[in-house]
Design a protein around this ligand. Sequence first.
Ligand SMILES: Cc1ncc(COP(=O)(O)O)c(C=O)c1O
Length: 406
Amino acid sequence: MLKLDFHPAGRHFLQIPGPSPVPDRILRAMSYPTIDHRGPEFGELGLKVLEGIKKIFKTQQPVVIYPASGTGAWEAALSNTLSPGDNVLMFETGHFATLWKKMAESLGLKPEFLGLPGIEGWRRGVQPQMIEERLRADTQHAIRAVCVVHNETSTGVTSDIAAVRRAIDAAGHPALLLVDTISGLACADYRHDEWGVDVTVSGSQKGLMLPPGISFNAISPKAFAASKEARLPRSFWDWTDIVEMNKTGYWPYTPNTNLLYGLNEALEMILGEGLDNVFARHERLAEAARRAVRAWGLEIQCVDPAVYSPVLTGVMMPEGIDADAVRKIIYERFDMSLGTGLGKMKGRMFRIGHLGDCNDLTLLATLAGCEMGLRLAGVPLEESGLPAAMAWLSQPTKASGMKAAA
Ligand SMILES: Cc1ncc(COP(=O)(O)O)c(C=O)c1O
C-alpha cells in the first residue's frame, strides 16, 4: 500500500540529482488558477517564458517547450532531424547515453556507440579526440549526427561540449551536434549558440527547480533546415507548427499552463541571481561535497577533475558494500533520498544531488545524513567529512545567494 499519508516531522531531503526540490516561490506561482490557453493573458505568458528560456540556453534561436519529460525531448531531437537508417555517432558516458542510444535504435536509426573500455567512459566522460578520429575516417560523411550527454546524471561527469564542437570542426565534418543537458542546464555553464550545438535537449526538474513535466529543444538554423528533409515519422514532436505558433506566444495543442507559471518564476529567480552566480554556487557546493567524500576515504566516481560535475557527486562503495543498502538506511533513518547506482553502476555507488534550490546548510545536512548512514551501514570511514566541507564553505568569501552583511 502506498504510504502517501506518511508525514514525518521536518521536510524530506530530496537529494537525488533531479527531480530537485521545488522552491516555495515556484510552488506558489504554480498554484495560480489555470487560464484559457487561447486567451490574451496566456499569450503574454507564453511570449515571456519563450523569450526568457533563451537566456538560459544562451541562444537567440527558437526553444521549443514540450509538455513531456526529458525522454520526449530526446525523441523530438532525433525525429525532427534524422531519417530512417541514418548513422549517428553517440558516446558512452553512462546510463543516460545508453538509453538515448537505445531510443535511436528503436526509432530505426543506426547508432554507433563510441566509448572507453569497461566503465572508463562512465568515469571520464566524452573523449572529443575519439569523435574527431571517427569523423575523419568517415570520408563519405555517412554519419548524420553526433549525440552526446553534457552532464551525465548517472555518474557525475560534465563533458566539454565546446571541445566536441572543435573536434567536429577539426574533422571538417558536417554532422549535426545534438546535446542532452537535461541535468546540466542552469547548473553548469552552457552555450547553445557559441558552442555551435544544433539541438540542445533539456528538462524542467533539475536546475530549473520545477516539477517534472516540461522539456525543451533549442534549435539551430542548421537543425531547423535539416528538419525539412528529415523523414523519421513524427507528429506531436514536429517543430514546424510549434515554432510558428510560438511566435505569438501560443501552442498548437494545450500547453502545460501551470508549469509555465512555474517556469516564469524560475526564470525570475535564476536570472535575478545571475547565471554566473548560479554556476559558481553549484561549483562551490560540489567542491564541498567532494572534500567530504575524500575525507571519508571513499572514491568519487568521476576520476578526471577537469570534468567533475557541479550537479551531483557519485560516491563509490568499497568492495562488498551494497550502495542501495546504504541508501535504504539513510532513507529510513534520516528521511533523505539519494540517487541509486544506474545500469553498470547498480549497487556500486550512490549519487548525492546538490543542484537547484540548494545552499550551504542544505548540503551540510545532506552530508551529515550520508555520513551517519555510512557509519550505520558499517562502511569504514577514515574520518568525518563534515569538517572538510565546513572549512571549505566557511571561507571568508561572499557566497552567491547570501544576504549582504548588515
Ligand atoms: C542526462 C539525462 N538524460 C535524460 C533523462 C531522461 O529524462 P526524463 O526522466 O525527464 O524523461 C534524464 C533523467 O534523469 C537525465 O538525467
